[in-house]
Design a protein around this ligand. Structure first.
Ligand code: GLN
Ligand code: ZN
Length: 763
């Protein structure tokens, strides 16, 4: 009989209860006991929602981050908090948050998010974890308190528990050696702690432990492959059975390694890595369990249950008890409950499945495998009907868009003249001084703005009044920029709640959810818009706002758009066509907007690609293909304009070394990037590559409330000028200012403009 199980459940709560409880606790508005009680209540609810599964994850709940939880379990705390003798939970938050968050953004590294322990992306998801910090002297000491407590809660509730931990090799791979030492040297010290943990769990009667080793879907060099063998041979003696869980991609060349590790079972992502399975069947020793992740844990579409059964039934026949099925990965990456979506279009809703619906799919599959399809005939028929409706829907399929995408010509992505010619023409037209100053787009999203928007959405403020309120904000930001003496102005993005959602609301082929929240880090969540159909732009999206802003000033006003690659990477995307196809459709829609802005007399247009680098595949061998279509899409969106129109792009990060050729290929007239925290050293990549176009290296960190001094900015720009010819430099902050206060913005930009003036006089 096939075992059905889950790898992890979203912990934030269907109504983001955990988020609100955490933030109330951090503000000092609730007690630690209240927070702990809420955590316990969520766990209890989530376990009961997983009833009917043969094995249910325990230990997947976290008050902040599962990697940080593992660090605490391993007794591995950063030195700076070791010696702290307060409550364990407070110490935990100190590591997680250190300096308190100042922003309202939800993508760290952009849009204002901030955290103390270094954070980085969890594989290729939009979840961010706290990076373990290692040195040659790092030691480990088991603290199983959290796991044991949750285990006993689960027991009391009658849950068929399968504790979940991060495996030792992935744990080391996720961390960072602060002193340049070799992390793998720590493995011999780490393994005894893991062995002790597994024995401790086994002593509680645990049969299976899920050990997550997603690093197995990435390219591993010989040392790391060896580490896998060493680790699992060491843990072979442990009393619990190990289910080694891999996800987010195929095992590819690591198949042999993974199949032969001495563990009792292997979980693979059969959504992203189905090709592996056939070969794995041959490789897997006869006693091992094979768990297939057949339901996509990363996306929100219904599973094609009949197709899964067609594929899995013969495997079940062959493997019998040894076949398990599950979602592809933890459901952490999908929202909780579709049933809450009262406002979502009914037809689109019928195509979707959030975490609870995915678990229901799993139950149906389990029953079909045990009792035959007949037993779940009605469910299978409903599933097939939903899928057929999606496939045939005219809202998904737009022949005009498909035709336009099919005939895209690479020349659409080519500017008419080379950068040098364009730059000269633009300089004449825009009459900009040396070291021109600008900002990245957004100005403070004040409480007034947010209030107006929520009143408008709730129907308490009519469209005309809302529009008037936003216009007043735009006027205010134009006045402030003129007073500051900035050279290229922006309208301030008052009317946008979020740089992706704003466009998702206006493009056909997109739907917005109300409760489609997914954890980004800590208490922060994102609500990716749902790209469900062929993308088109029914009408201009930004022209009215920008031309209004331009009408208020004689300075050039920068049009402000989100690029196709960022739209794609921050949305739930279609699974019925390849990502590049969706991206090309987005590119065409944004291209129309760019050309409309140009026709309306907008001379400078910025197209943000904050998430371009984020989209890089896990395997380096696939980078080239991704960059190829991503850059092509940007070029299609941006480069249809005349030489006179100046295209800017913005990326709020700075590791460009390995993608420099692609960045140059985008051929934006100006790229603004984040550099202030690196003391301009990150411009080295641009210098070494001899990057040919304009660059605005950010001169101050917008995540921090600190006001940069004029001197400091001058120093930074002089450093920049040592690397990039001054004639191509712009002066701007690291990113948008929406999370700051106006008082901070004015103080900082005053210094920035004064610094630019100093540079013009005394470069
Ligand atoms: N134009 C956007 C802003 O200023 C850019 C945000 C981002 O790069 N994440 O807010
Ligand atoms: Zn940015």
């Amino acid at each position: 009989m096939t075992t059905i199980h889950n790898l992890g459940f979203p912990r934030i709560g269907a109504r983001r209860e955990l988020k609100f409880a955490l933030e109330a606790y951090w503000r000092g508005e609730s007690s630690r006991d209240e927070l702990k009680a809420l955590g316990a209540a969520l766990r209890q609810r989530h376990w009961s929602e997983q009833q009917g599964l043969d094995l249910v994850p325990v230990g997947d709940f976290s008050f902040y981050d599962q990697v940080l939880d593992m660090s605490f379990t391993l007794g591995h705390l950063p030195e700076r908090v070791q010696g702290f003798h307060g409550e364990a939970l407070d110490n935990y938050f100190r590591v997680a948050r250190g300096r308190s968050a100042t922003g309202t953004g939800d993508h760290p590294g952009c849009c204002g998010g901030v955290a103390a322990g270094e954070m980085t992306k969890w594989f290729d998801t939009n979840y961010h974890y706290i990076v373990p910090e290692f040195t040659a002297g790092t030691t480990f000491k088991l603290d199983a308190t959290r796991l044991l407590e949750q285990l006993s809660e689960a027991r009391a509730q009658g849950v068929r528990s399968k504790p979940v931990i991060i495996g030792p090799v992935t744990y080391l791979a996720l961390g960072k050696a602060k002193d340049g030492s070799n992390k793998l040297d720590l493995l011999p010290r780490l393994l005894p702690v893991y062995a002790e943990l597994l024995d401790t769990l086994a002593a509680q009667g645990v049969e299976w432990v899920q050990v997550d080793e997603p690093i197995l879907v990435t390219e591993l060099d010989a040392d790391w492959q060896h580490a896998f063998n060493a680790a699992y041979h060491h843990l072979k003696a442990a009393k619990a059975k190990l289910l080694l869980a891999t996800y987010f991609g195929d095992l590819a060349e690591n198949k042999y390694l993974a199949a032969n590790l001495p563990v009792a079972g292997l979980h693979v992502d059969a959504v992203n890595g189905r090709e592996d399975v056939q070969q794995l069947l041959g490789l897997l020793p006869a006693h091992k369990v094979l768990s297939l992740g057949v339901i996509n844990g990363r996306n929100i579409w219904k599973t094609d249950l009949a197709a899964v059964l067609d594929w899995v039934e013969p495997l079940a026949e062959r493997l019998g008890e040894r076949l398990w099925i599950a979602p592809s990965c933890s459901l952490l990456h999908v929202p909780v409950d579709l049933a809450q979506e009262g406002k979502l279009d009914a037809e689109i809703k019928s195509w979707l499945a959030y975490a609870l619906q995915k678990l229901e799919e799993l139950r149906v599959l389990g029953r079909a495998l045990r009792e035959g399809r007949e037993a779940v005939k009605a469910q299978l028929a409903a599933n097939a009907a939903a899928l057929a409706s999606r496939r045939a829907s005219p809202r998904v399929n737009n022949p005009a868009v498909q035709a336009a995408t099919a005939t895209i010509d690479f020349r659409m992505g080519e500017r008419r003249s080379a950068y040098g010619v364009r730059a000269a023409r633009q300089a004449r037209l825009l009459k900009l001084p040396a070291y021109p100053t600008t900002t990245i787009g957004s100005f403070p999203q004040t409480a007034d703005i947010r209030r107006a928007r929520s009143e408008f959405k709730a129907g308490r403020l009519d469209a005309a009044l809302y529009r008037a309120a936003m216009r007043a904000e735009i006027e205010r930001s134009v006045r402030e920029q003129e007073a500051l003496g900035l050279d290229v102005l922006v309208h301030g993005e008052a009317e946008r709640n979020d740089m992706v959602e704003y466009f998702g609301e206006q493009l056909a082929g997109y739907a917005l959810s109300q409760f489609g929240w997914v954890q980004s880090y800590g208490s922060r969540c994102v609500k990716p818009p749902i790209l469900f159909g062929d993308i088109s732009r029914p009408r201009a999206m930004t022209v009215e706002w920008i031309t209004y802003a331009q009408s208020l000033t004689s300075k050039p006003m920068k049009g402000m758009l989100t690029g196709p690659v960022t739209m794609l990477n921050w949305s739930f995307v279609r699974d019925d066509q390849p990502r590049p196809v969706s991206c090309r459709q987005l590119a065409l829609a944004i291209r129309e907007e760019v050309l409309d802005l140009e026709r309306a007399g907008v001379r400078v247009i910025q197209i943000d690609e904050a998430a371009l680098r984020e989209g890089l595949p896990l395997r380096k061998s696939q980078w080239k293909a991704y960059l190829h279509w991503a850059v092509e899409c940007f070029r299609i969106a941006a480069n249809g304009v005349a030489d006179d129109t100046q295209i800017h792009t913005h990326m709020c990060y700075s590791e460009f070394n390995d993608i420099m050729a692609s960045i140059a290929d985008m051929d934006a007239d100006v790229i603004t990037i984040e550099t202030s925290r690196s003391d301009m050293e990150l411009l080295d990549a641009f210098e070494n590559f001899r990057y040919p176009n304009g660059i605005g290296p950010g001169v101050y960190d917008i995540h921090s409330p600190n006001i940069p001094t004029q001197d400091h900015i001058v120093q930074l720009m002089r450093k920049a000028a040592g690397r990039i010819p001054a004639g191509r430099l712009w002066v701007n902050p690291d990113c948008g200012l929406k999370t700051r206060q106006w008082s901070e913005v004015i103080a900082a930009l005053t210094h920035m403009v004064a610094a630019a003036r100093t540079l013009r006089q005394a470069p």
